[in-house]
Write a protein that binds this ligand. Structure first.
Ligand SMILES: Nc1nc2c(c(=O)[nH]1)N[C@H]1C(S)=C(S)[C@@H](COP(=O)(O)OP(=O)(O)OC[C@H]3O[C@@H](n4cnc5c(=O)[nH]c(N)nc54)[C@H](O)[C@@H]3O)O[C@H]1N2
Ligand SMILES: Nc1nc2c(c(=O)[nH]1)N[C@H]1C(S)=C(S)[C@@H](COP(=O)(O)OP(=O)(O)OC[C@H]3O[C@@H](n4cnc5c(=O)[nH]c(N)nc54)[C@H](O)[C@@H]3O)O[C@H]1N2
Ligand code: SF4
Ligand code: SF4
Ligand SMILES: [Mo]
Length: 883
């Protein structure tokens, strides 16, 4: 029993933990539970058994007598604050502490403060005259974000925070805002925080609502502060499982699009070739009549940017209302190969473990995922794990940020995953590193695989994959001797001709070393969009229903819906395009997906032109919406209620913060209206009621209801109402009923992409993908200050390749592939190997997908965005531009 002031407590930990448990209010300035106590600031000094100690760093002895408010402590704190005021003129929490302690700054004479200011960054503001040298910013940047921007220079009273001699904007800062978020003195702050202070300073009311980030599949929890109908400031929710308070530059700062004047605010109908504003009634009546007119020849494309409830409604409308399984979503162009590949080996297609497991792994394998750009909060977790001693293997043709801190970087030729992963398997067998006990219990096809992969021994494959055999063996040894091997993968695995097969081989590697079914291991695809996991869970695919119920077992769903469900599989997205060109598909309803910019033009252009009727439900007039016959204005994620499911299967609440602009409506309301107008009456009063129906339909969400999601959501499967969710899958058996619950190991022969057969002489291999600041088609991030930070898609090209072609840094070049041509500004960098180039696809002007090929993953129909042979030429070379 320990005594804190006049209370007794059983609590243990540091003196600070014990004081807080006992309800004592001990001030802290430099303490953050994520990075631990540092004891720099001395604000938390208390008396333990009569001695002054810093509470945040002192372990508490059981039986100690702690006092937090003696006269001596009060005097000490006052003096501490007086000293602080010599060095700094703080604002915020530090200023409040000084005021409370009665410090005036007069006791020690002339102030001695740094006057360094910096406003070079788009979002961050630095003013060292306020800095109290608590070092929280340094800890946040080093340990939470892993960016190492700050240091402390000088000694004694001359110690100052520094980011090097230049402008702050020239540092390695990635704008995550963690430093500003922890700074207690106002020395580091950001434009949104200053705005929030100005709003409250002016006496305006604000409110703060917790919701889920609508950009990527990490599913960070946001505390959004709004005033009136404006989003003012965003902070990461502390203790949230997905992000523990951390955010990235998009989630924290890229919200200006919400009140952008180009938001769609009223329905539009094409009249005489032009989109004209219309009433809701006219637009909905037209959509309903056209969809009914083309019954039998319609399709729906759902949006992984929208909520589960909205995705559920869209596929229910298509199936029960319009009698077709022609429904798909962006998972098709993304992780459909992951689902197909993982299902083949494990029986189910979702991430096997949780994000928190990254910290438990001792060997991390990151394959084709640029996590620090595309899933930045998870990327930061990975960097932190490496900083805390985990080994890292990266498989990527580019020297990504993670590759640069990896123990082994396997810089393969794009399109050779199947070779390289077979090679690692071969080395595992060859060096006796497979887990025979695990395999005996949980796998089949072991001997067959062992014999098969001999042809892929590292020494035999270096020419094809471009990776040195010794490096492959080094990776295999790390992986094979790991106690907790965990793999993360992205689109570098899936968006290939053999995407699904590559994922199967990644599954092989996990099974071979027993790395599945427990803490800190597993296969963890970083699902891309905020709700792409959910869109698939809701049934937005042509071959299975909500909860992955096969079409052949639709009776239970049909009973709930009160309608028959067609049993023939519908069309995948690329096949919808083909059907449109053939004339078999006449009307297409697209919910929030900009296919014109994000699908290979080789598929889309002709198909959309061939349709009789195209509806696009959007928040901006995207390139696709520009082509529609009717445009319906939806509400963005800040403007509606619902749920998103992140990449670790966590269903989380989305809560309305501000109203939709003008006449725009929540997407679920528009869908309910359309269902009612097409003969499928729906009576949902709110999204919670839709979730109640989803729970009745989907076995893995049976125990989900809004009331249960409030605290950190739930990871499915949640099979009943008192179930606490599932953080690890496949703990004892795989969902392989016809294989005695064992994982069938896969033998996959490498086959080069057919795209390569069409390469023109002198072609480079184009990889397309993402940058940190922008998001997919860019409708949202391009309408924020992120577009000032990155204002175009640049072509990364190796200096040797650039030299050979007479291309200077910054020059505009043409890219010509067998499928099309486009232009981009060249950026010379050795992050790409000679022979490969990289281009993002966030700006419509660049039209990256004019050049990408029409090749699809042969099992899941995902386009091969990661491998297109292109001829790169300077713009002055007329023979190239006139081609
Ligand atoms: N900032 C930002 N974040 C995003 C998005 C965004 O647009 N911007 N989009 C979201 C979406 S929808 C998704 S799906 C995710 C995607 O997230 P990621 O999958 O991480 O993103 P990409 O940049 O497309 O590609 C990942 C990596 O694959 C590598 N690669 C290319 N070819 C090969 C290959 O043959 N083998 C291997 N092993 N690697 C290869 C590329 O070099 C690249 O580094 O990001 C999500 N998050
Ligand atoms: N070259 C190349 N192309 C690619 C890829 C690549 O790596 N390379 N990656 C592919 C991948 S993985 C993906 S997932 C796709 C993504 O491609 P898309 O899904 O087309 O892109 P997004 O920008 O995520 O969002 C689509 C649209 O949703 C709208 N939207 C956002 N929120 C809402 C909402 O709440 N309601 C409504 N109604 N609309 C909303 C946005 O304005 C946007 O126009 O791109 C693919 N295209
Ligand atoms: S914003 Fe993030 S990366 Fe930049 S200095 Fe602060 S903590 Fe470091
Ligand atoms: S990591 Fe993803 S979910 Fe988290 S704040 Fe950034 S964009 Fe949003
Ligand atoms: Mo994606």
């Amino acid at each position: 029993m320990t005594r804190v002031d006049d209370k007794e407590t059983e609590a243990t930990g540091t003196v600070l933990d014990v004081c807080r448990a006992a309800g004592a209010d001990v001030p802290t300035l430099c303490f953050d539970e994520r990075t631990g106590g540092a004891g720099h600031c001395r604000a938390c000094i208390v008396e333990v058994d009569g001695r002054f100690v810093p509470a945040c760093t002192t372990p508490c002895r059981s039986g100690a007598v702690i006092q937090t408010t003696t006269p001596a402590l009060t005097a000490y704190r006052q003096d501490l604050c007086e000293l602080m005021l010599v060095e700094a003129a703080p604002r915020g929490a530090a200023a409040a502490l000084c005021a409370e302690a009665g410090a005036t700054g007069a006791r020690y004479g002339t102030p001695h403060r740094s006057e360094r200011h910096d406003e070079s960054h788009r979002y961050l503001r630095l003013d060292l005259s306020a800095c109290i040298k608590c070092r929280l910013c340094e800890g946040a940047c080093d340990d939470i974000q892993g960016q190492h921007v700050f240091a402390f220079a000088g000694r004694g009273i001359d110690t100052t925070l520094t980011w090097g001699p230049g402008a702050f904007d020239d540092t390695a800062c990635v704008g995550c805002g963690a430093c500003a978020s922890v700074c207690p003195s106002g020395a580091i702050t950001d434009v949104d925080r200053l705005r929030a202070e100005a709003v409250t300073g002016a006496g305006a009311a604000t409110r703060t609502v917790q919701t889920t980030c609508g950009y990527c599949g990490v599913g960070c929890q946001l505390d959004v502060t709004a005033s009136g109908d404006e989003v003012v400031q965003i902070e990461g929710t502390r203790h949230a499982a997905a992000n523990d308070g951390h955010l990235c530059i998009k989630g924290r700062y890229a919200h200006k699009f919400v009140r952008h004047p180009e938001r769609l605010t009223t329905p539009l109908i094409r009249k005489n070739g032009k989109l004209e504003p219309s009433s809701w009634d006219e637009a909905l009546a037209l959509v309903a009549s056209k969809m009914l007119e083309h019954r039998g020849h319609v399709a729906g494309l759902s949006s992984s940017r929208c909520t589960n409830e909205e995705n559920y409604l869209l596929q229910k409308w298509m199936r029960a209302g319009l009698g077709t399984n022609n429904v798909d979503c962006c998972a098709r162009v993304c992780h459909a190969p992951t689902a197909a590949g993982m299902r083949r080996v494990f029986g189910t297609g979702a991430a096997t473990n949780s994000l928190k497991d990254i910290a438990k792994a001792d060997v991390l394998l990151v394959a084709g995922s640029n996590a620090t750009a595309a899933h930045p909060v998870t990327g930061a977790r990975l960097k932190r794990a490496v900083g805390h001693g985990a080994a890292l293997i990266v498989i990527d043709p580019r020297a990504t940020e993670l590759a640069q801190i990896a123990d082994v970087h396997l810089q393969l030729r794009p399109g050779t995953n199947t070779v390289l992963l077979n090679s690692i398997a071969a080395a595992l067998f060859d060096e006796g590193l497979v887990d025979r006990d695990f395999l005996a219990l949980r796998a089949s096809g072991v001997a067959e695989l062992e014999a098969f992969v001999v042809q892929y021994l590292p020494e035999r494959c270096a020419d094809v994959s471009g990776v040195d055999a010794a490096l492959v063996r080094k990776a295999a040894r790390l992986w094979g001797t790991a106690r907790r091997p965990l793999s993360i993968h992205g689109l570098g695995m899936t968006e290939h001709y053999q995407g699904s097969e590559g994922v199967m081989l990644l599954c092989n590697l996990a099974v071979l070393v027993g790395g599945i079914g427990r803490d800190g291991v597993g296969i963890n695809p970083l699902r891309g969009q905020n709700n792409v996991q959910g869109a698939a869970d809701m049934g937005c695919q042509p071959d299975s229903l909500t909860g992955y119920i096969p079409l052949s077992q639709a009776e239970h769903v049909a009973a709930i819906w009160g309608r028959p469900i067609p049993t023939d599989a519908g069309l995948t997205l690329p096949r919808m395009y083909q059907a449109a060109v053939r004339g078999d598909l006449r009307a297409l309803f697209i919910l929030g997906e900009d296919v014109v910019q994000t699908d290979p033009a080789a598929h889309v252009d002709e198909a959309l032109a061939a349709l009789d009727f195209l509806v696009v439900q959007e928040i901006f007039l995207s390139k696709t919406a520009e082509r529609a016959h009717v445009v319906l204005p939806g509400a963005c994620f800040f403007e509606k209620d619902g749920t998103f499911t992140n990449g670790e299967r966590r269903v989380q609440r989305v809560r309305q913060v501000v109203p939709p602009p003008a006449d725009a409506r929540a997407d679920w309301q528009i869908l309910v209206d359309l269902m009612n107008r097409t003969g499928l009456p729906q009576h949902f009063a709110n999204p919670a009621a839709i979730m109640d129906e989803i729970a009745r339909v989907s076995p893995s969400l049976r125990g989900v209801s809004y009331a249960r999601l409030d605290d950190d959501g739930l990871q499915w499967p949640v099979p009943m109402a008192d179930h606490r969710g599932t953080s690890i899958l496949h703990t004892t058996t795989f969902a392989q009923p016809t294989n005695a619950g064992r994982a069938p190991l896969q033998r996959v022969l490498h086959e080069p992409s057919p795209a390569l057969l069409r390469a023109a002489p002198g072609s480079l291999l184009l990889i397309t993908g993402r940058v940190l600041e922008h998001y997919n088609c860019g409708t949202m991030t391009r309408r924020t200050d992120n577009a000032v930070i990155v204002s175009d898609d640049a072509l990364d090209i190796h200096p040797d390749d650039a030299f050979d072609r007479g291309v200077d840094d910054g020059a505009v070049v043409t890219l010509t592939s067998p499928w099309g041509t486009t232009r981009a500004r060249a950026h010379l960098t050795s992050d790409v190997k000679p022979g490969t180039v990289f281009l993002s696809f966030h700006f419509p002007e660049t039209d990256t997908n004019a050049v990408t090929s029409d090749v699809l993953d042969r099992l899941a129909d995902c386009p091969e965005y990661k491998l297109t042979p292109v001829v790169v030429a300077p713009i002055s070379d007329l023979s190239e531009t006139t081609r």
